[in-house]
Each structure stands twice: as C-alpha cells, then as structure tokens.
Design a protein. Sequence first.
Length: 207
Amino acid sequence: MPFETYIAYVLTVLIFMLAPGPSHLLMLSTSMAEGAQRSLFTAVGDLSANVLQIVLVSLGIAYLFNLQSGVVEVFQYMGVVYLAWVGVNLFRTAYKDKPGVGIASPTSGFTLWLRGFVTSASNPKALVFFASLFPQFISTGNPIGQQVLILGASYIVIDGAFLASYAFGGSRLTKYLGEGNLRLVQTMSATSILIIALVLLWRLASG
C-alpha cells in the first residue's frame, strides 16, 4: 500500500469521526455519569464490536449476511431495542439526586462494556462502511490480509483516540457545569440516542 494511499485513508477516517455518532454520545454521557476511567469499559466494548465487524468484512461475511438477511434483521432489531433501553437509562441517570461522577451504586464494568458493544454492533452502517471503505484503499498488487490488518488497526487506534477524548472531555465537563446544565447535557445525549434508535427502527421497518 503506497504511503500516499494510507494518508488518504487516515484523513478519510478522521473526517468521518468528526461527526459524533451514537457511540460518541454514549461515551460522553457515561463519562459524565460514571467518570472518565470507568467509561473506558464502554470504549473497549465499542472497539470490540469494531474488531468483530472488521474481521467479518475481511472474511467476506458481509456478502453472506445479504443472503441471510432475515437472521441479520433479528440481531438488528435486538440492537435497536437495547439502544433504546440505554437511552431510557441515561434519562434515569440524568435525573438522579446527584447526577454526574460519584453515583452511589456505579454500573458494573461488564454492563458498561455491553452498552458500548451493542451500541456499536447495532449500527447497520458499520459493516457497509468497512466493506465499502477498505477496497478503496487496498492495492491488489500487495497481500490483501496485511493491508486489511493495517487499515483495521489504524481505524481502531483513531476511533479509540476519539472515544478517549469524549471520555475525558465529559469528565472535565462535570467540573465546570452546574447541576442544571449537567442534567441538560445528559438529557440531550439520552434524547439523541433514543432518536437514533427510532431512526434505525424506521429504516429496518421500511427496508
């Protein structure tokens, strides 16, 4: 893979990351509710789903999914339901007596990981994104597996950096925002996630 091609790929991913998605919003709200360090469980869950999606694409499973669309739809609906459940729980977190870091009963690490994993895995665009993006930057004259590994690893590193920035950024917001503004940010994040869940549901139902 030529160096110029790799730089173009990195810039493409960076531009894609500039628009916050459901995973970024979840990271922001989780960081504000649980603290930056604990929200990293959510980041690991998100990246775990990305790794799985990249592996599936590299094995050509994306094509097989088209042949078994009914099976995929079941998992997509399950993901939408869980995403909506996450949004509702974020609302509950926002309106506890003491929103923000220091909740008396912190969410378990596994639950935080699961939220990140399902939120990322339930995005129907992920497989399409990887399946359509990677071929644009792969050179047929070089080993395909090695190039997919480089592209996939680079994406994970970039996405991880963005997720970490949301984690520590959200934690710092709690130091500067008053209780009312903090609730507002958390409520906006929860609302956004619920809207995303409804949009995904509408696309599944109309597709």
